[in-house]
Design a protein around this ligand. Structure first.
Ligand code: NCD
Length: 309
């Protein structure tokens, strides 16, 4: 199955089949078990990491993944230092980067930028976030975390809480989870930040059992997974709206007390205020583990796309 991923792009969360995702997850677990496994397998290969938007985890975990595989990275973390600041089109930047590197990892503030890049690139393109649209490698991270901590990705109730309108990680994870068996989704957000219609219509088409509400406390006892998100300041047109909405949900010790013992709390990070630091030592807090799994799954992804496994 893994060999089928050689040379493929990852633009949207459903670009890979469930079997292909499963192979990536078991490869990630093998890498986690044996730090030497696949070491040096990408020697001589290069990725271009083109980050037109800020990033800590995604960029660093991709770079760490490639370096651990023995490969190398080039690119930029600040578009101001690239020719984009001189007015170069994305298409031209991608044509150039794809003639230098074996795979492109790109984050861009425009929805659809990764799809466009994949059309101009002569090498695979991995979408590391396109505006408020999708973030499929965060989804691989989230699914691997659920699989590692629950031993399965089925028969689970997941609550998504926060900015469901602009939160691309929510869009990608909800779409991806709709392909698994008996997943119930509860979308908790202020009315101004509800899940976009195009994601909801996809869930309806897949007959997903989902509901929307505004009350985290009410949903808490039902959840196996709570997926908290940051209000996406950079996507707001009006700062007053951001200030009014940013602290709508703050998970603290009082609120988590109503949660199940087996609950896991995920967050793609960065967190701002939405998870109080007192939760970090609660055994149900899994967000730092989740960030670490992100490196293993990106190692598995790069090794597969570059065709070394
Ligand atoms: C997320 C993103 O960039 O969409 N971060 C990440 O990649 N882990 C979430 C966020 O920025 O809120």
């Amino acid at each position: 199955m893994i060999s089928d991923l050689k040379g493929r792009s990852l633009v949207e969360p459903e670009d890979f089949s469930l079997d292909e995702m499963e192979s990536l997850f078991s490869l990630s677990e093998n890498i986690e078990k044996d730090e030497k496994y696949l070491r040096e397998s990408c020697r001589g290969k290069l990725i271009a990491a083109l980050f037109f938007e800020p990033s800590t985890r995604t960029r660093l975990s991709f770079e760490a993944a490639m370096l651990r595989l023995g490969g190398s990275c080039l690119g930029f973390a600040d578009p101001g230092s690239s020719s984009a600041s001189k007015g170069e089109s994305l298409a031209d930047t991608i044509r150039m980067a794809s003639s230098y590197a074996d795979t492109i990892v790109m984050r861009n503030p425009k929805e659809g930028a990764a799809l466009l890049a994949s059309r101009y690139s002569s090498v695979p393109v991995i979408n590391a976030g396109d505006g408020g649209h999708h973030h499929p490698t965060q989804t691989l991270t989230d699914l691997l975390t659920i699989r590692r901590l629950y031993g399965k990705i089925e028969d689970l109730t997941i609550g998504f809480c926060g900015d469901l309108k602009f939160g691309r990680t929510v869009h990608s994870l909800a779409k991806a989870l709709s392909r698994y068996k008996n997943i119930r989704m509860i979308f908790i957000s202020p009315s101004e930040l509800v899940l976009p219609d195009y994601i909801k219509s996809n869930l309806k088409k897949q007959n997903v059992n989902y509901c929307e509400n505004t009350n985290l406390e009410k949903s808490m006892p039902e959840l196996d997974i709570l997926y908290m998100t940051r209000v996406q300041k950079e996507r707001f047109f009006n700062e007053d709206d951001y200030i009014r909405l940013k602290d709508t949900y703050v998970l603290n010790a009082d609120k988590i007390a109503a949660g199940r013992e087996k609950l896991i709390v995920l967050h793609p990070l960065p967190r701002v205020n939405e998870i109080s630091v007192e939760i970090d030592n609660d055994p149900r807090a899994a967000y730092f583990k989740q960030a670490k799994y992100g490196m293993y799954v990106r190692m598995a992804l790069l090794a597969s796309i570059l065709g070394v496994v």
